[in-house]
Design a protein around this ligand. Structure first.
Ligand code: ASP
Ligand code: MG
Length: 407
């Protein structure tokens, strides 16, 4: 049985008109496949409205009840769309997560999928041509409704495709694929034909918000090819898949940026074993995610440590640092929120040297000062002043030959 999973986001199901586009995608899916599983998000804005409602009722809404509430957005979409399918002569039914079930842990609001009853799914596919499944939601072992975190219906779709081995997964949205960088700040950005899971994870974590990051991790783990495409065009979109030789030939495949950065510097720490642990231990205990870290060389037995955190964690970070400053012996705690990071990403970097030098040279020529640098196998990240971020993205995009070729 050839099965296709198609996921549609909030704008694709926002109203009857949009849903008619979805209908035509499903009809096309049925031409080349025996069965289609449609995964839907809530209609655009519905999840936000439901979350706001919970806040009206309670300052600290019970997490399990909040999931019970916000998961209803998807229930509306699947019922309405199933009506449309039936009116068009397609054998279909709606399915909530507990009706399959899609089992998750009990981390309400951010649950992880543990298991999907594939036998039940297959038997349902015997009876219907199209199953319309509510995305974003799951069920705990003891029968409580969970949600998978904002944007989580991408993960529902990939998990369903993974459960039905060798099943393709299409994620429909309102853009026609994954771009080499943000087209809003770089008009030369191009849509990519394909991108590796590793690159997509880096792009997504840097704020290229096309796919829920956990869905990419899932796709990578279970080797599910995912095609990101638009509901409102026939463009083939971007295929997110495993790395191949053609991808390795390209040095840099995308430029990402993130303005949600704050820099903290601790001055004159004693350069003795245990200092870094004393700084970063309390941060991790309080759930602060530290991103880039630099420790300088020692002078007179003392050193500076600089690191970055998300801006929303800055106040908490500074409080923690004040609390331990005597213990760790810092002479001063400095911070700066006017910073941002820019990254060049590409699996091709594994086999080529000189990428970092090229990036630094290009930025220097434009007079952009580099505050921090970090590198990994497939990524170079630099921290710069926020006011230069758009310029830096455009320069790197051009330097690595990603600009749209007008000729
Ligand atoms: N409706 C949920 C949200 O708005 C899930 C999703 O759209 O993927 O986050
Ligand atoms: Mg989404």
């Amino acid at each position: 049985m050839k099965i296709l999973v198609q996921k549609f986001g909030g704008t694709s199901v926002a109203d009857l008109d949009a849903m008619r586009h979805v209908l035509s995608k499903v009809q096309k899916g049925l031409v080349n496949h025996d069965k289609v599983i449609v995964v839907l998000s809530a209609r655009a804005g519905d999840t936000n409205k439901l979350l706001a409602l919970a806040q009206q009722w309670s300052d600290t809404p019970d997490k399990a009840e909040c999931d019970c509430l916000v998961s209803t957005g998807e229930q509306v979409s699947i019922a309405l769309f199933s009506m449309l399918l039936k009116d068009n002569g397609i054998s279909a039914r709606s399915l909530l997560s507990w009706q399959i079930p899609i089992q998750t842990n009990d981390d309400f609001g951010n649950a992880r999928i543990l298991d999907i009853d594939r036998d039940k799914l297959k038997s349902l596919l015997e009876s219907y041509d199209v199953l319309v499944v509510a995305g974003f939601q799951g069920m705990t072992e003891d029968g409580r409704i969970t949600t998978l975190g904002r944007g989580g219906s991408d993960t529902s779709a990939v998990a369903l495709a993974a459960a039905l081995d060798s099943c393709e997964c299409e994620i429909y949205t309102d853009v026609d694929g994954v771009y080499t960088t943000d087209p809003n700040i770089c008009s030369a950005a191009r849509k990519m034909d394909c991108v590796s899971y590793e690159e997509m994870l880096e792009l997504a974590s840097m704020g290229a918000k096309v796919l829920h990051i956990r869905s990419v991790e899932f796709a990578k783990k279970y080797k599910v090819p995912v095609r990101v495409r638009s509901t409102f065009s026939d463009d083939p979109g971007t295929l997110v898949t495993k790395e191949d030789a053609s991808m390795e030939a390209v040095l840099v495949s995308g430029i990402a940026y993130d303005k949600d950065q704050a820099r903290v510097t601790l001055r004159d720490l004693p350069d003795i074993p245990g200092t870094a642990a004393a700084v970063f231990g309390p941060l991790s205990e309080k759930g602060v995610l530290v991103d880039m870290i630099i420790q300088n060389t020692s002078q007179d037995g003392h050193t500076d440590i600089t690191f970055t955190v998300s801006r929303r964690d800055l106040t908490k970070t500074l409080e923690i640092m004040q609390g331990i400053s005597e213990k760790i012996g810092a002479s001063e705690i400095l911070h700066d929120v006017n910073v941002a990071k820019v990254s060049a990403i590409g699996v091709g970097m594994r086999n080529h040297s000189g990428v970092a030098a090229r990036a630094f040279t290009a930025l220097t020529q434009e007079g952009i000062n580099i505050l921090m640098i970090s590198t990994s196998e497939i990524k170079i990240t630099i921290l710069i002043q926020e006011k230069y971020v758009e310029l830096a993205v455009r320069i790197l995009h051009d330097t690595f030959g990603l600009d749209w070729d007008i000729a």
